[in-house]
Design a protein around this ligand. Structure first.
Ligand SMILES: [Zn+2]
Length: 81
């Protein structure tokens, strides 16, 4: 299965000047923040579902984005799937 969000809401420049992409992933808000050093900080905020975050190093923004999507899939699908 390819992990990907159902909705891409857009890209903005965050408060610190880094690009930030917002997605809906399995019904949960997912924000990916790309630091200049190649690190992608990902935040999920699902209300009652809770919140979680991670930090992923990618060689490119594309690679970091794919890694964030697999992380988001593992968080939302649970360990059995
Ligand atoms: Zn930043």
């Amino acid at each position: 299965m390819i992990a990907k969000p159902e909705i891409f809401e857009g890209c903005e420049i965050g408060e610190c000047g880094c690009p930030e992409e917002t997605y809906i992933f399995n019904g949960i808000d997912l924000v990916v923040h790309y630091e200049p050093d190649g690190t992608a900080d990902a935040f999920m905020d699902g209300g009652d579902w809770g919140e979680c975050q991670t930090s992923i190093e990618g060689l490119t923004r594309f690679a970091a984005r794919l890694a964030v999507f697999s992380w988001a899939a593992s968080m939302t699908l649970g360990p059995d799937q």
